[in-house]
Design a binder for this molecule. Structure first.
Ligand code: UDP
Length: 441
């Protein structure tokens, strides 16, 4: 009789599993890929995970996206396509918890993940984690079952804490987790050369980093022209539209935009509309910033030409981008900044802060303009330059669209991630096969 050790069975099972199925778990503890985007804390990370997941599924991957269940009403599983789903695990209370308070529930999340695997007969050999809280989950899974880890930061504590006046208690833990994952993950995905540079200079010189940008849906954005978009939104063709899209968070710099528009020459011409899109209704967690911005609008006498349409859903968002003459991204810092490429894909020039990933996506003088963060006067001058020269505005918009088509489509991004995952799983297979051979010899 031949004795086969349980270890050998496990190695064999793992080898067969990863050789026959392209299975990946995307882990995003606080950024639910299936939730409505644009309010509370839901923004770029949620979009990234969802779009990457869907695009990988089209390439034949079996994609499971794990997040924390944040209300009793939410379904535990959302099926996006036959091989792509969001799985909501119970870890902590089934209610909204601000991201700075979620880390304490990470061990419960790991346990719930392991339980899910056991109940469903799956073991994920590869996990792609998003944001530092999930990176800790990934590191635990590596310790427990040897999962390979790819990690995307979405935001670096080392940068964030430079720009806030009160450092939260969690900061020390976050910084040490961010260093550990850089040094131990099989691969870190930086979404821009600038982000990679910051990881190297502020986090650690050790670890493997690839640059794979974020992407956007180049069919959805760019599907409608300005005239049609304006008709749908009842905006006069002669109006100059300045657009902001994003979360209401002080670091997004909406105040800079408002103060810039207040002093712009375009304002005095009288045909200006400022649209500040995104955010919940007052009273929600992001309502404090919304109230603060509305107060500044009132102080500066801008109420009659400013509108707050609230959260912009998937269907209407392309119309807003297309209707705008210029989209402004005034963030204090942005590791990538999806809004910039969405506007660019829609043929709309962007005025953005000269920081982080925006230096990668927006080519100043070619697809828009960059201005120093928090500099109202520089933003005002940049907005005026674009609004006052319609021919140049069109040229910038066309170049912007071209740049996104060639560099930032989700399908292109997913193809790069797919290659990376395959490399890591192949390396795992080679190692497992060698191990199997050694144990049987
Ligand atoms: N967004 C949206 N509706 C809104 C506001 C924002 O769909 O009302 C989306 C926006 O289109 C983008 C994302 O939220 O895809 C924001 O991503 P970004 O990287 O610009 O910022 P983050 O939220 O990650 O800081």
């Amino acid at each position: 009789m031949i004795f086969i050790s349980p270890h050998l069975v496990k190695v064999f099972y793992k080898t067969m599993n990863s050789a026959t199925q392209k299975h990946v778990a995307l882990i995003s503890v606080h950024g639910d890929p299936a939730i409505e985007i644009g309010k509370e804390e839901a923004g770029g990370q949620n979009v990234y995970v969802r779009q990457v997941g869907k695009a990988l599924a089209k390439l034949g991957w079996q994609v499971d996206m794990f997040t924390r269940k944040a209300s009793r009403e939410q379904s535990s599983i959302v099926q996006h396509s036959s091989n792509c789903r969001t799985i909501r695990l119970v870890a902590g209370p089934e209610e909204f918890v601000p991201r700075d308070n979620i880390f304490g529930y990470a061990p419960e999340f790991v346990q719930a993940f392991l339980d899910f695997q056991q109940q469903n007969g799956i073991e994920y050999g590869l996990v792609h984690t998003n944001y530092w809280i999930s990176s800790w989950v990934g590191m635990e899974l590596k310790k427990i079952q040897g999962s390979k880890q790819v990690h995307t930061y979405h935001s670096l504590g080392a940068i964030k804490y430079k720009s806030v006046s009160t450092i939260p208690l969690i900061a020390k833990t976050r910084l040490s987790v961010e260093k550990a994952v850089l040094e131990t993950a099989e691969r870190i995905v930086a979404t821009s050369p600038q982000e990679k540079e910051h990881m190297r200079s502020l986090v650690s010189t050790k670890g493997n980093i690839d640059i794979i940008p974020c992407g956007t849906d180049i069919k959805r954005f760019g599907s409608i022209d300005r005239q049609q978009a304006r008709e749908s939104l009842e905006i006069d063709p002669e109006t100059n539209v300045v657009l902001y899209v994003g979360r209401f968070d002080q670091r997004k710099g909406i105040e800079t935009l408002v103060r810039a528009v207040a002093q712009s020459k375009s304002r005095s011409q009288g045909n200006l509309k400022l649209i500040i899109g995104g955010g919940s209704r007052p009273g929600q967690s992001d309502g404090i910033e919304r109230d603060r911005i509305e107060q500044i609008i009132d102080e500066l006498g801008m109420r009659d030409f400013t509108i707050f349409p609230g959260r912009l859903g998937d269907k209407i968002l392309p119309n807003y981008y297309a209707a705008a003459n210029v989209c402004v991204v005034p963030s204090y810092y942005e590791p990538f900044g999806l809004v910039a490429i969405e506007a660019m894909a829609s043929g709309t020039p962007v005025v953005a802060s000269d920081v982080g990933g925006l230096q990668f996506t927006v080519i100043s003088e070619e697809t828009g303009l960059l201005a120093p963060p928090k500099d109202d006067a520089a933003f005002a001058a940049a907005i005026d330059r674009i609004l006052m020269n319609p021919a140049w505005q069109r040229q910038l918009g066309q170049a912007a669209r071209k740049r996104v088509e060639t560099k930032f489509s989700w399908d292109g991004v997913a193809a790069q991630l797919s290659r990376l995952y395959s490399q890591l799983l192949e390396a795992e297979n080679v190692a497992s096969t060698a191990q199997t051979a050694a144990v049987s010899a």
